[in-house]
Design a protein around this ligand. Structure first.
Ligand code: BES
Ligand code: MN
Ligand code: ZN
Length: 496
């Protein structure tokens, strides 16, 4: 999809569809609505007077224009003027794209006018994100239907008053960020028989070539040499070889400590010998969502030319039951040297992350964030509208929360208190890999904390937020790409 900012006057712009926001309580066609009202012979004023468009968040009215200017004008209610945020803008632009899709239009325009209180750069960026995300599809495994050919929204023009330079800058950044998130969604959507660890490594290599990132991929032999026995242990029951993917962006000064992003890349989680029940197991293809988000974020970070050194680490394997699989009771030696008694082979994410975090900590990073579909418990704690964030550094955790607010990928802090630590005590090894049902998300994070040394570190549990039924106008059922936007936002905030 092509997205750009054009410095044009919405009311006279030649387009199939123009979408425009209307805030709650609008009763007269003044301000940005006045010129349109005139172009449409008073139709905007009549829609307002009739009460069909009150500016409430669900209101939508379609008006039809004449020979010049927009052929159709879609008024979109966005709620209270005092509550406007980038997320409101993101959703508004997404609603416009979905409306165009329904009408089988390949192009549309979105006005950035009528959205007071959101600064130019943020407004254009959010609109670019919403539009680009809404247009995404995953159709590569479906046979195209001849009766109902698929519609693709191919071009979106953003326009409206403001600082044209800032609006253009925001639009470009938003398109890069959303295209990256769409890439994460595509990787998530691919099933386990396609998106294997080898496939993820190949895709990361392709992306690195396009974005000028450095890439290194460890195969199992190399992981053995490095001492990454936890990843190898999880992978042992699988016929697919594990991979450890390292992506590097050198945007900062030589020798400047990097920011590290770590993503769980478990390409299919059957649970291993502690096998999962069949119901919903197909969703465990999404267990590489963290890894997909890190690959995607690294692409955007390179394309945006962010002025920081950033490293992405993606431990990737399958978790399968077999005669060679890891067994409950087995003890493994992780990269840092700590030993772990495996009580439940389904708590595999923390094992592969243990090696990845220990590897990252050795690089002496300025800060490290991992993201992982780690626990079912987080879905019980926070549901689908917030990722959990836990960490050993208050400043970093607060930065992550702020990046979540700014990007619309929100997270909520859970405690990482020592009091929970005794749940991970093992009789035979340094630690055991599960802490029982109480506080499952907290004990999983506490387990991870054992491998980061004194690195400032934060963990995002995205099991409830990485995929779903498609609640928002810029989502569809399946992978959401979360937390790609959050990671990019955090890295950009650090680079400023
Ligand atoms: N990948 C799962 C977590 C998960 C659950 C992701 C639901 C998405 C939706 C993880 O590997 C897992 O199986 N966790 C176990 C841990 C338990 C055995 C301590 C869980 O949460 O049940
Ligand atoms: Mn599991
Ligand atoms: Zn898992």
């Amino acid at each position: 999809m092509q997205l750009r900012y054009v410095n044009a006057e919405p009311a006279t712009h030649d387009t199939e569809l123009l979408a425009l926001a209307v805030v709650q309580g609008t009763t007269k066609a003044t301000g940005s609505l006045a010129a349109l009202d005139q172009a449409l012979g008073g139709a905007v004023g009549r829609a307002l007077a009739a009460g069909d468009m009150r500016g409430n968040a669900a209101d939508e009215v379609m008006l039809y224009g004449g020979k010049v200017g927009p052929r159709r004008v879609l008024l979109l209610g966005v709620g209270k003027a005092t509550d406007l945020t980038p997320e409101v803008v993101r959703r508004m632009a997404a609603r416009a794209v979905r409306a165009a899709e329904k009408l089988r239009l390949e192009s549309l325009s979105v006005s950035l006018d009528g959205l007071p209180g959101v600064a130019d750069v943020a407004r254009a960026q959010a609109a670019a994100e919403g539009a680009t995300l809404a247009a995404w599809h995953f159709r590569e495994l479906k046979t195209p239907s001849e009766d109902e050919p698929a519609v693709d929204v191919r071009a979106v023009d953003l326009m409206g008053a403001g600082d044209a330079g800032a609006l253009e800058h925001g639009a470009i950044a938003g398109a890069i960020i959303a295209r990256a998130e769409n890439l994460a969604r595509t990787l998530q959507s691919r099933p386990g028989n396609i998106a294997t660890p080898t496939h993820l490594a190949e895709e990361a290599t392709r992306i690195a070539g396009g974005a000028r990132l450095e890439i290194t991929v460890f195969d199992e032999a190399r992981m053995q040499e490095e001492g990454m026995h936890a990843i190898l242990a999880v992978s042992r029951g699988s016929d697919e070889e594990a991979r450890f993917i390292i992506l590097e962006h050198r945007g900062g000064a030589e020798g400047e400590p990097p920011l590290i992003l770590v993503g769980k890349g478990l390409s299919f989680d059957a649970g291993g010998i502690s096998l999962k029940p069949p119901e919903g197991m197909e969703n465990m293809k999404f267990d590489m969502s963290g890894g997909a988000a890190v690959i995607a974020a690294m692409q955007a970070i390179a394309e945006l030319g962010v002025g920081a050194n950033v490293v992405g680490l993606i431990p990737s394997s399958e978790n399968m039951p077999s005669g060679s699989a890891l067994k409950p009771g087995d003890v493994i030696r992780t990269l840092g040297g700590k030993t772990v008694e495996v009580i439940n082979t389904d708590a595999e994410g923390r094992l592969i992350l243990a090696d990845a975090l220990a590897y990252g900590a050795r690089m002496r990073p300025a800060a490290m964030i991992d993201c992982a579909t780690l626990t079912g418990a987080v879905v019980i704690a926070l549901g689908q509208h917030a990722s959990a964030v836990l960490g050993n550094d208050d400043t970093l955790v607060n930065e992550v929360i702020a990046a979540g607010e700014a990007s619309g990928e929100r997270c909520w802090r859970l405690p990482l208190w020592d009091a929970y630590k005794k749940q991970l005590k093992s009789t035979t090894a340094d630690l055991q890999n599960v802490g029982g049902r109480p506080g499952g998300t907290l004990t999983a994070a506490l387990f991870l904390s054992e491998f980061v040394g004194d690195t400032a570190w934060a963990h995002l549990d995205i099991a409830g937020t990485a995929y779903g039924e498609g609640d928002l106008p810029y989502q569809r059922k399946g992978g959401y790409g979360v937390p790609t936007r959050l990671l990019i936002e955090w890295v950009r905030s650090r680079a400023q």
